[in-house]
Design a protein around this ligand. Structure first.
Ligand SMILES: *[C@@H]1O[C@H](CO)[C@@H](O)[C@H](O)[C@H]1NC(C)=O
Ligand SMILES: *[C@@H]1O[C@H](CO)[C@@H](O)[C@H](O)[C@H]1NC(C)=O
Ligand SMILES: *[C@@H]1O[C@H](CO)[C@@H](O)[C@H](O)[C@H]1NC(C)=O
Ligand SMILES: *[C@@H]1O[C@H](CO)[C@@H](O)[C@H](O)[C@H]1NC(C)=O
Ligand SMILES: *[C@@H]1O[C@H](CO)[C@@H](O)[C@H](O)[C@H]1NC(C)=O
Ligand SMILES: *[C@@H]1O[C@H](CO)[C@@H](O)[C@H](O)[C@H]1NC(C)=O
Length: 612
């Protein structure tokens, strides 16, 4: 760019919206996100047609500047304009430089709109795609943008906007900058691996044969602290009008993909020339059953946790949830369940009880060869806990009554705040934590309970507390590759307040008895290394069971979202329980294809010592 930088400086001083000299495509793109010529009319832009789509074509410069941060290609938007042109045509065009986005939370795509053909030169020019990681360097593997302060989950979020700050691209350092610097370019992804199921439009996240970090045993990429995998790219709608298959799954090997780099719906994407094809899938299709088996006594009690996704009595996925519990979780002694709906599911009326939902599930478990579980929950006040309208989702416990029972049961009502009494013991068993606190608005209240192990002679030989949580969702989050930097982590303030209330409740038990056995589990809707959860561990005095049990960092996932295998579901335990603790995440849902999925979360199982 050195030779022409003076020229660009002069051009940008010109008040007229018409640029009076020829520009290269690299000059039009510039070395930032927003074009220096945004809104201006340009002429004599020369290039070779590299690809055609339903609404336009892609043009690659014939005069490259060899600067990594200025893309040599651009999208030319105009359906009629493209009709008479063919891949390999050398053309010179004029038009208007435009930064387009369909939503204010997205990053703009630089394009030339209202194109006019000034001249057509040679035809049949050879068009070769750039191989990412070979002809071009590979994408950076950790950071998305220079505006993220080193961590996409920094609080506060959304302190700057790409469209306003318009930083100079550093494609060697930042993933968004890397893809922006290839905007409009025809590229090849060699040896692609799918890292998620496609969305409803068939868009599928992949990485290629370049360097990646975070690769788990299934070949997905796990999100870790300060690394949310910017080296990935979503494969969007094929240019030839075909559709990507709906059955692709985590870890599938795909045929080589060639397409153009674009941006739409919040993400950089490659629009492939034709639909992606799966070459080979991971085997076995489903994980094996957990190896954590109950010892039937306090020295080895098994605890399962499962977000069963809007479970109603007549849910079509209920029998499969039951068979997961029996066949893959091997019927744990105790279960923390989340997203149990009321007895008529999403029907929006005054019904809030879930006895029918819970007894339908226990019956299905018995029918599948599992134990006869007993259950307990507290019905929420109608329409106060968020989730699917009318569903009144809540958390619930299942337990084997021959082995475990509530200690002096005294259930609280939906608005009763539980308290820790000297003992320590609970005022309500079970009872909800501070249910009228503003922090729980439109969210599930944690359910605290105190349990005893039923000894052989019926007198009990171990006591423990549990807290079953389903914190506020990440709804309202902006895209990982959106305009807001760091991205908006939806509901993070709510979760911060919720973790503080819950952690302080737990702390008050441990203050009375350092040796108390406490197990908290559920859908925390947050990552262990992000602030609400680091506060949770610090304040409560509990330990992250993944750490305690030594689960490998890259195998810590219970959920697939966008490009990441990630962990929203956790168990945290007190010191007394941490001894010899074992833990497994059972990937029954993240490994299957979309049709085989029965919940958006994977369940987990722990084996714990609760003889305290
Ligand atoms: C475009 O190129 C033509 C032919 O070289 C020239 O006559 C014309 O002035 C150029 N227009 C601009 C805007 O550079
Ligand atoms: C495309 O070519 C046809 C046939 O030569 C012509 O009639 C038509 O006007 C051209 N369309 C455009 C958009 O140039
Ligand atoms: C379950 O029952 C509700 C009414 O209680 C109904 O609206 C819904 O369609 C039913 N769902 C299924 C899967 O049968
Ligand atoms: C729900 O089930 C519990 C425990 O099985 C029982 O004590 C309670 O009376 C039931 N409630 C209703 C409304 O049926
Ligand atoms: C019952 O079991 C407890 C502990 O499991 C033991 O301390 C107690 O002696 C037993 N009582 C009888 C009557 O066997
Ligand atoms: C980020 O903040 C800007 C104001 O600076 C606001 O306009 C925008 O809506 C916010 N983005 C999101 C996704 O909330």
């Amino acid at each position: 760019m050195v030779a022409s930088s003076l020229f660009v400086g002069v051009a940008s001083l010109v008040a007229s919206i018409t640029v009076s000299s020829a520009l290269t495509i690299a000059q039009i793109n510039g070395n930032k996100f927003v074009s220096p010529y945004n809104g201006q009319t340009v002429a004599n832009v020369s290039g070779i047609v590299t690809a055609k789509g339903p609404d336009g074509l892609w043009l690659r410069s014939t005069v490259p500047d060899y600067d990594d941060s200025t893309s040599e290609s651009v999208y030319v938007f105009g359906r009629a304009f493209a009709t008479n042109l063919t891949i390999g045509d050398a053309i010179t065009i004029g038009g208007k430089v435009q930064e387009y986005r369909s939503n204010k939370d997205y990053v703009h795509l630089t394009e030339i709109s209202s194109p006019v053909l000034q001249s057509k030169g040679s035809i049949g020019n050879r068009v070769k795609a750039l191989a990412i990681g070979k002809d071009t360097r590979g994408p950076p593997t950790e950071q998305f943008s220079s505006l993220d302060g080193g961590d996409v989950f920094t609080v506060p979020n959304n302190v700057s906007l790409i469209s306003v700050a318009n930083p100079v691209l550093e494609p060697h350092k930042y993933g968004m900058d890397f893809w922006e610097s290839l905007s409009g370019e025809l590229v090849t992804v060699r040896k692609p691996t799918a890292i998620a199921k496609p969305n409803n439009y068939g868009d599928t996240w992949v990485y290629g044969d370049w360097k990646v970090t975070g690769k788990n045993d299934r070949d997905g990429l796990t999100m870790t602290d300060k690394d949310a995998n910017p080296e990935t790219i979503i494969i969007g709608s094929p240019l030839d009008g075909t559709s990507n298959p709906p059955t692709t799954k985590l870890g599938d090997d795909l045929e080589e993909i060639t397409g153009v780099v674009s941006y739409a719906f919040g993400f950089y994407r490659i629009l492939p020339k034709t639909a992606i094809k799966v070459i080979k899938s991971q085997a076995p299709t489903l994980p094996s059953s957990t190896k954590l088996l109950s010892e039937g006594k306090c020295s080895g009690i098994t605890f399962g946790a499962y977000n069963v996704e809007n479970l109603a009595p007549n849910s079509s996925h209920l029998p499969t949830i039951a068979s997961h519990i029996v066949s893959y979780l091997t019927s744990p002694d105790f279960l923390f369940l989340q997203e149990i709906q009321d007895d008529n599911g999403p029907t929006n009326d005054a019904v809030v009880t879930a006895n029918l939902t819970l007894s339908t599930l226990t019956a299905a478990i018995s029918a599948a060869g599992g134990p006869d579980y007993a259950f307990t929950d507290i019905a929420p006040s109608d329409d106060q806990d968020g989730g699917q309208p009318g569903g009144n989702i809540r958390v619930a416990y299942f337990y084997k009554p021959s082995l475990i029972r509530l200690f002096k049961p005294n259930p609280g009502g939906s608005l009763d705040a539980n308290e820790v009494l000297s003992g320590p013991t609970l005022k309500f068993n079970p009872g909800r934590i501070d249910p009228t606190n503003e922090a729980w608005k439109a969210s599930r209240k944690p359910l605290v309970a105190e349990w005893e192990i039923v000894g052989k002679n019926g007198t009990g030989d171990g006591k423990f507390f549990t807290v079953n949580v389903h914190f506020g969702s990440k709804g309202g989050s902006s895209s990982m590759q959106g305009d807001a930097r760091p991205p908006v982590n939806g509901g993070v303030e709510d979760r911060q307040a919720q973790t503080e209330l819950t952690a302080n409740f737990i702390k008050s038990i441990l203050t009375l008895d350092k040796q108390a056995s406490i197990i908290t589990a559920g859908d925390f809707n947050e990552f262990a290394f992000v602030k609400p959860m680091t506060t949770y561990a610090q304040t409560s005095g509990l330990k992250d069971l993944d750490e305690v049990a030594g689960i490998k960092k890259l195998e810590r996932y219970t959920y697939l979202y966008d490009m990441n295998a990630q962990q929203l579901d956790h168990m945290y335990v007190s010191e007394a329980v941490a001894k010899k603790a074992k833990y497994e995440h059972v990937h029954v849902n993240s490994w299957t294809d979309t049709a085989g999925m029965v919940s958006d979360h994977d369940p987990s199982v722990a084996k714990l010592y609760v003889c305290g």
